[in-house]
Write a protein that binds this ligand. Sequence first.
Ligand code: DGJ
Length: 733
Amino acid sequence: MSIIYDAKENIFHLQTAHTSYVLGVLRGKYLLHLYYGGRISEYHNIEENLPVHAGCTWSATDIEEFNYCTDTLPMEYPCYGSADLRTPAFHAEYESGSALTCPEYVGHRIIKGKKPLPGLPATYVESEQEAETLEITLRDPLTGLELVLSYSVFAEYDVIAKSVRAVNKGSELINIKSILSSTTYLFDKNFEFVHLEGGWGRERHIQKKPLINGSMSVDSKRVSSSHYHSPFLALARPWTTENQGEVYGLSLVYSGNFIAQADTNHQDIVRVNMGINPFGFNWRLEPGEEFQAPEVILTYSDTGFGTMSRNYHRLYRNRLCRGKYRDQERPVLINNWEATYFHFNEEKILEIAKKAKSVGVELMVLDDGWFGKRNTDNCSLGDWTSNREKLPGGVEGLADKVSALGMKFGLWFEPEMVSKDSELYRKHPDWCIHAEGRKRTESRNQLVLDLTRKEVRDYIVEAVSNVLGSAPISYVKWDMNRNITEIGSAGLPGERQQELPHRYILGIYEVLERITAAFPDVLFEGCSGGGGRFDPGMLYYFPQYWTSDDSDAIERLYIQHGTSMVMPACTMGAHVSAVPNHQLHRTTPLKTRGHVAMMGQFGYELDLNSLSEEEIETVKAQISQYKAIRRTVHYGEMYRLCSPFEGRSTAWEYVSPEGNQVVLMYCTIRAMVLTGLTRIRFEGLEPEAQYKDTESGKVYGGDYLMKVGLYMADDRDFESRLIVLERLSAPTP
Ligand code: DGJ
């Protein structure tokens, strides 16, 4: 049993394998957050450890005695409307003109398993035994608003999924201005705010800053989780490393505007909020209607960031990603984008495919430029029919020819967009997001289709389905190359215009659900100018994502390292590209480019015909090595042994699910004279077992590898090493 309810003390104790989350109802109505952290066996007496109202302060108290005040109590779901004047999770305006909400605990239920969230991506169970869910209902007696707080405990995964549903059981219209998904507390402020910051081509770099008294937050107002910030936050003790120290992780399963915030008050109590960004949000909830907020996945580790990440990796790999490819090894691909950009024809693509086939590549992906009259990025988005000048037999003809080579065929789309120069825009100029009388700002010469409108969603589903149904297409790269400006919809009434950001996200989720359900055998890879919108919400539809448009191996060390804070290796698209690199003009060895790309969904993005015979032999060897380790990298446990953000090198280790194969990738970023060696200690091995280096044949004890370690040569910039160990049976005692 992972949820224990103590009816006498009105305490809920949620337990996972290594954590406890405790809630209590004070005076029969105030739902309080009492504890989250390492697992404890029992929690008694709600009032034992509550922050008292610090004597004479300027805040009022709304609890019937002087001791407590909602302004300092750890209110589990803080609503604006009481004496609590910290940042609320919930804020609404009522028809009466009032903006006050004061809900009280009215009941709860505990159910087996976990229910889906209507219209939203979410973690799921495959059997009722995998999770238990607590639903607590709060009710505002004056307005009839009910807030149903849901806590699904995945005990074995050491995570709790939290979400909130608002139900208008009153008779007034409610304008919801803020409905965050999770509020939790830290009872001292000696933590660092750890988040993932970036930009195009430089996604998800790790940043850490000590908490301040006041507010710290990251957010997005771009109607996309964005390149700039991720819907993720960790609060970690200042000395936390990969394998030591306390860390709380919060990850929002949502792809639109979000906020992740830590508010530290004068008593050093930290309120941690996460959910849809209240900025630019408004939702009209009519009597009888419900609003479902997305879920936040919480995890806690007292063994550092490594455990936190592995908790996320396991859950997201197994119970967020879906479909046939969730558990299958994915094909090695070649993508023509950096090889040809828009300048290709059928012959050129077939030349690339033939060479790729000869070295062991399994999937040929045709990127942008195959449709309408698209020879540059200023036209044709929306017109999803083959460009017959480039592809005389259309996509169907090319797909057949690639299939005949014994390869799978994949295709690029950017279905959420429209070019001004397109048949679609000429026919439906009002189908793009725009505000009457305002400029339609273009980005990469394109506008965004208004996915709040049913006819637009239907058009996208039909257009993409027509192409997918017309040819043997096994893979889709779903791109999305801009953020949304001048919010406005010709399909929504004036009073609902502010609902557009969330309605857009619901719209894209509906479209993706329909298309992925109709084509269950197609492997979908998400993309947004590289790794913009690479968030847990998207993983529900796309089991892999193009991690960044920056394909330089050294930049990828930072990007993949930061991304792995939350995302498992099996979700990260990673390709070997040409040198000098197209984004940075850096030249790195082919071997290093291969090693770094092999730590994700491996592929190539260059013209193999331009490589020398010797390079082609290296490519062949890379592909066969990757095929031998891909299961371990994708479905094993990842250990970050050395961080590019903290030193001059990077080391990542993966242990296969059965523990019988271990892969270590080591890469020097910057060498220095007389510091040419670094000793790397493995993690997660069996101390008693023997491990054989498959290249040198040397045998090492697991304890030796973990305690003594191996020296890595560290004397050449950008040089890498890949070690594959095979576990020999453990010695008999
Ligand atoms: C942006 C993507 O990130 C690239 O990989 C490529 O697909 C281009 N779009 C094509 O326009």
